[in-house]
Design a protein around this ligand. Sequence first.
Ligand code: NAD
Length: 298
Amino acid sequence: MHFQHITVAGSGVLGSQIAFQTAFKGFKVSVYDINDEAIGKAKGRFRELMKRYQEDLGASEEEVRAAYERISFYTDLAEAVREADLVIEAVPEVREIKTEFYKKLGQYAPKKTVFATNTSTMLPSQFAEATGRPEKFLALHFANEIWLHNMAEVMKHSGTDEKVFEAVIDFARAIGMVPLPLHKEQPGYILNSLLVPFLDAAQSLYIRGIADPEIIDKTWMIATGSPKGPFAIMDVVGINTVYNIVSAKAKAGDEEARKLAEKLKKEFIDRGKLGVATGEGFYCYPHPKYEQPDFLKG
Ligand code: NAD
């Protein structure tokens, strides 16, 4: 099983990155989205990505232009998948939207076509039946800014064919990702299975007044040699995202989460301190304290 024609469905933040990275590595890519307006936005995203690949990776103007020329655009799903060996789905993280999408895709795509979902918070088994081809379906999960954070979690559900799993692992490698195979379904994959409890523990130390964020980060950095502690990581993730997760826990009745959500709203969000993206969060950017040589000395 070898993939040549790739279709990316949904051309938002992640879909546009997946499509561009795939084209940059020499594949022909069909991009599908729901209407001309969405495709127009995607074209704007590709223009931005062409700049970032030059700035961040030192790619030449010709290389990024050639990548862009390998991409074609569709608002008709049947046409978008006519030749597809692999469809990578990056449509909104809404269960009903994904289910409807897979039902249609299952009808229009050729029998040979493999489907991969980029879902962050759901499991492939939730959509396996809707695809009509559970054995040719699995998750292929990328990280935001995939040209820099070049990893891809490849996760089977219990009905995924082993050959499909291996072919998608090979494909991930072919587009410059480090493939990270997960042999069983796991909510949050590997990364978030580690990261979420880690950040939770740091937040709990903070909200219970045990230690300040800088001290918590210092502890982690000195002890493990890691370049960032949990609060520096929250600044990268974005305080809004952290707030949304904490608020959901607060709504479910978690008292510590309620206190933390209140604090994040008052002291960070209402003051525009959303993390690296706005230049301030737990630290000030572009030269955060934890990057300064004396941070770990005193
Ligand atoms: P987004 O909102 O930026 O993009 C979604 C795109 O899907 C839009 O272009 C929208 O027009 C299109 N769309 C809407 N309905 C559609 C339909 N029925 N068929 C086809 N396209 C449709 O979302 P995103 O952040 O790119 O997330 C997409 C997927 O990627 C989600 O499953 C998300 O969990 C996952 N993901 C996101 C990130 C991230 O950092 N944003 C990281 C990893 C994985």
